[in-house]
Design a protein around this ligand. Structure first.
Ligand SMILES: Nc1nc2c(ncn2[C@@H]2O[C@H](COP(=O)(O)OP(=O)(O)OP(=O)(O)O)[C@@H](O)[C@H]2O)c(=O)[nH]1
Ligand SMILES: [Mg+2]
Length: 172
């Protein structure tokens, strides 16, 4: 099972991956966090670099970007890490729209890929934080799920991967 982290810069993808890998090392099976299903230790977890999405010259085809899209379309599930800072919401939406457009341009739909939004940085000051409802109103797909996290404290990261695995099982 392949699960791919996507998300805008500094949303917390590397921190989330490291958090899950550390927890899996310490506790390969955790039926509470993994929903009693397949062990998260068996999931092939990777981070998709997004800078080619955000810095592409309009209308130009870049082979490396095609590779990125192929990896996206080849994933069993996608974990979209959202920076919960209200002023960073626009960047997440811009990226989601780009992912959608690039899939559509190749005759595919992003909606066919099981997708979980990991609402990260829930420890931010309330004044800076977008509510979960606010984020869900802006960022959604027809079958997406939401998991809140504080990756720097290992909270919600393993559950987000488990949700992605569960979504892949239901939709595929
Ligand atoms: N407050 C807070 N900070 C976080 C959280 N998760 C990650 N960060 C911080 O956000 C910054 C970016 O985290 P990364 O994991 O490097 O994010 P990334 O998406 O891999 O970013 P790039 O690969 O650099 O684009 C770091 O300073 C992290 O410590 C969180 O849950 N809460
Ligand atoms: Mg990173």
């Amino acid at each position: 099972m392949k699960v791919l982290y996507v998300g805008p810069a500094v949303s917390g993808r590397s921190t989330s991956l490291a958090s899950v890998q550390r927890m899996v090392r310490e506790r390969p099976r955790d039926d509470r966090a993994d929903g009693g299903g397949e062990s998260i230790a068996d999931v092939d977890l990777n981070v998709l670099s997004m800078h080619r999405w955000l810095s592409r010259p309009p209308g130009r085809v870049i082979p490396a970007h095609e590779d990125d899209i192929a990896r996206l379309l080849g994933a069993d599930a996608v974990l979209f890490v959202v920076d919960s800072q209200r002023e960073r919401l626009d960047v997440s939406l811009e990226l989601l729209d780009m992912l959608r457009a690039d899939c559509a341009a190749r005759g595919r739909s992003l909606d066919d890929i099981p997708l979980v939004f990991q609402l990260n940085k829930r420890d931010l000051e309330p004044a800076q934080l977008a509510s979960e409802e606010e984020i869900a109103a802006v960022l959604s797909t027809p079958t997406c799920r939401y998991v809140s996290s504080i990756a720097t404290r290992d909270l919600g990261t393993r559950e987000a991967v488990a949700a992605a695995v569960a979504a892949a099982r239901v939709i595929r």
